[in-house]
Each structure stands twice: as C-alpha cells, then as structure tokens.
Write a protein that binds this ligand. Structure first.
Ligand code: SF4
Length: 438
C-alpha cells in the first residue's frame, strides 16, 4: 500500500480489498479502491475518482457503512439489524441466513419487510458523512490550487511516479462532486435506460454489475408486477449493443478493473436473439477476464416460457461463452393455478413444474449455468405448494422469495421463509430477494 499526505488528507493507493465480494474476511472492503482518510471518515473512491463507499461511523454503528451505485443510489449496509424473529421456531434473523450476504443492503425504497422502519440513510451520522464528502471535494479543489508538497505517511518525500498518480487522482476526484455524480448516472441511463430491479443473483457480486440491454420490457404483463418498467417489449440489434458497450466502457473507464459481472436486461433477456454476440462483445469490451475480481459472471432474467422454449442448443451456446458463470433467474412466482391466477400471472402450475424440473436438471449437470427461481410470498398464499413443487420436480439450486408489497408483513415473511427453508433439502438454498436497481 502507498499512503501519502497532502494537508489534512491522506490518500492511499493499492489498499486491495476482497476479490470475491465476501464481506466476512479480515479485509472488509471490496475490490481495488483509492482510499482517502479525512475528518473521521474513510472514503473509498473508484479508479475514476468517484466516491463509492464511506466508512467510519461512530460506535455502535462502526460496523456499518454507506455505498453508492453507479446509478447514484446510496445504500446503507447494516451488519447487525435484527428484524425480530417473533416466535418463529429456529429463526436466526441474521442477514447471512435470510439473504445470503453478511450485511443488509438497505436502499429505503424497495426493502424487504424485515427492513421496514430502517432509517439508516436518514441518520445524523450519515448526514455528517455526506457533509464531510462535500468538504472533501472542496479540500481537493484547494489542494489543486495550492499544489503543496506531498509526503509519504512515513514522512519521506514522495517519488515522482507516485506524485503524478496522486495529482491525477485528485484532479479526477475534485470534479466528481454530487452534481457530477448525478450527471454520470444520467449518462448511464441515457446509454441503456433504467432497470427497475437487478437479478437476485447479483447479490453474489454486491450488485456491482454493468448493465447492457439486449431487449426491453417483458413479454408478460403480470398483475402484481412492479418492476417491468415502461418500455414495450422489443429486442435490441447488434448495432445498439455495440453502441452501449462502447459508451459504457468509456463511462466506467479505468474502474472497469473493479467489475467482472455483466447483467443483460431487461426482464426476459433469454428471449433476445443476440445473446451470444452481446456476451462475447461485453466480455471483451469490459475486459471481464482481466478484472481484479476472481471469475466472471453473466446474469439475466428469463420468463418461464422463454426458458422452456430454449432448445438444448441454446444452453450449449451459453456453455461456450467466455464468462465463468451464467446465472439465469426465472419467475415462477407460484405453484398452483389458483395462486397464479390471483397474481395475474399468465402461466399454469404445470408449466411452472416443467420449468422447475428443467432447471433442476441443468443445475445438476452444468458447472457454468445456474438457474434460480423466484416465488412470491403473501398472506393467503400457501407455502406448502412451493415445498410440494420443489419435492415433485426435484428442483435444486437457489430460490428467491419476494414478499408481495402491501400483502406481506415482517412476521409473515419470516414465518413463510422458515416454513419453506426448513422443509426442503440442502441442495435448495432459499433466500429472500433483496431488490436493487440500476
Ligand atoms: S414476467 Fe416478471 S417482469 Fe414480466 S411482467 Fe411478469 S413479473 Fe413483471
């Protein structure tokens, strides 16, 4: 690690974090940020000088931090929030148990019922962190005017190469105030549009994904859907895919090094005709094979119908892609005709069973392709039918449960979660779906 001081600011390069996105190791930050120590906070900047994470809250919140996405959403990471198991036998209510990560990612917008009432982003110490960030940008600008001599933290004079590196970073970071960060997010949305929810498997990479749309909208129009977006169903052509990849590579710039995962949008990407072309172009254009992070991932949604329609050759094509893992998430949502009809979901229970059977077979046989599924949790929906479907179809793999907004409270969600999780075999990993967007 190289640590340099300029006035009351310390800039640290090469303070490398986890390469696997795990938050449980001794090093509790991820990727290769540039760190700045200022005031009482630790600021992680990306390799283009954009703030990415702030740590340093006072005890007892010293384990928590806030993190910014490239869509300029701030998320509060909480390791110890206890949602209250409220009499559910065997309930632990820790984030790893419920969502598959060791910290809750609270966005204050589309959180699980277990996180309702979490006011992390409004807390005074978070406001203090934002104020300190504004002052830090100001301080960077002052430094660029004064250009003081830099010293290593040890007191020695700084070598020319590190001087150049430090001033280059300060020049970039000084431009990225809150207004500029929003402009960058707007530019991203100009390039690919919004995606109201990322595939649930994106939690594996802490939602650090680059989005490329290979299609828009969804062929379905489910009655309960709040994530479909406004776009009509349409597929994107090669020219548009190339345009997105070139423009995104420019926006992410040097920080591409911190990404190894691509999401193909939007809600039914498996139906897009240009998956193979887009995957090869994205892998190359974003240098996914040369990322700081271990492995490389492609993530996408599929409707059950598109998934069932794919012939074996489509999965052979996916097996041949350069990404190390391919995660496809299928919306099954319910396992009886009655529940599907109440949800306004245009599929039958028999089709759900076929999809689950096919997914289980793929998951057992492929090391690269992993199919996960979603089910809805809501008052009046029987969890036994989901357990029954898992057992009857021999589904194995990841299952995500989404509490239906306004129809499932914290206690009901936890009860349903454990009712399913405790009844299925260990090769079905059940988690609640934490929804983040791009
Ligand atoms: S398939 Fe999924 S994205 Fe499409 S309308 Fe239904 S719930 Fe929404």
């Amino acid at each position: 690690m190289i640590s340099m001081c300029a006035g009351d600011i310390t800039v640290q390069f090469d303070r490398n974090g986890s390469r696997t996105f795990k938050k449980t190791g001794l090093i509790d930050w991820v990727g290769k940020p540039i760190m700045v120590l200022f005031d009482s906070f630790k600021f992680n900047f990306d390799l283009e000088g954009r703030i990415q994470r702030i740590d340093g809250f006072p005890s007892p919140q010293s384990w928590d931090w806030i993190q910014r996405t490239m869509a300029n959403d701030w998320i509060y990471y909480d390791r110890v929030w206890v949602p209250g198991a409220l009499g559910v036998p065997g309930a632990l209510s820790v984030p790893a148990e419920l969502i598959g990560d060791s910290a809750w990612a609270v966005n204050g917008r589309a959180d699980l019922p277990a996180l309702h009432g979490h006011d992390g982003l409004q807390r005074p110490y978070v406001r203090a962190a934002f104020d300190a960030f504004d002052r830090l940008i100001h301080a960077f600008r002052n430094l660029l005017v004064r250009m003081p001599e830099l010293r290593y933290e040890s007191g020695e004079a700084v070598q020319d190469e590190d001087v150049r590196r430090c001033w280059e970073f300060l020049g970039k970071a000084a431009r990225n105030d809150r207004r500029q960060l929003q402009k960058t997010a707007d530019r991203l949305h100009e390039i690919h549009g919004q995606m109201m929810v990322l595939p649930p498997d994106a939690i594996r990479v802490d939602y650090r994904v680059i989005l490329v749309k290979v299609m828009d909208g969804c062929i379905n129009a489910c009655g309960f859907c709040s994530v479909r977006g406004k776009a009509e169903f349409a597929v994107r052509n090669r020219e548009d895919i190339d345009r997105q990849i070139a423009a995104l590579a420019e926006v992410y710039g040097a920080d591409l090094y911190n990404y190894n995962s691509v999401v193909f949008g939007e809600c039914d990407a498996l139906a897009a005709p240009e998956i193979e072309y887009a995957a090869k172009r994205a892998f190359e254009g974003f240098h996914c094979g040369e990322s700081y992070h271990t492995g490389s991932n492609l993530l996408l949604f599929s409707t059950n119908q598109s998934f069932l329609d794919q012939p074996d050759s489509a999965f052979e094509m996916l097996e041949g892609l350069p990404f190390e893992k391919i995660y496809i998430n299928v919306g099954w949502e319910a396992a009886t005709d009655e529940a599907l009809s109440r949800l306004g979901k245009q599929q039958t229970a028999a089709e759900v069973f076929s999809g689950m059977g096919k997914a289980g077979t793929i998951n057992r046989n492929s090391r690269k392709i992993k199919i996960s599924g979603n089910f809805i949790l809501a008052a009046g929906f029987e969890c036994e039918s989901i357990v029954n479907a898992i057992q009857n179809t021999r589904y194995c793999g990841q299952l995500y449960l989404s509490p239906l907004q306004g129809k499932s409270n914290r206690e009901q969600t936890l009860k349903d979660f454990y009712a399913i999780r405790n009844e299925v075999s260990t090769d079905v990993r059940v988690h609640l779906y934490t929804m983040q967007r791009m």
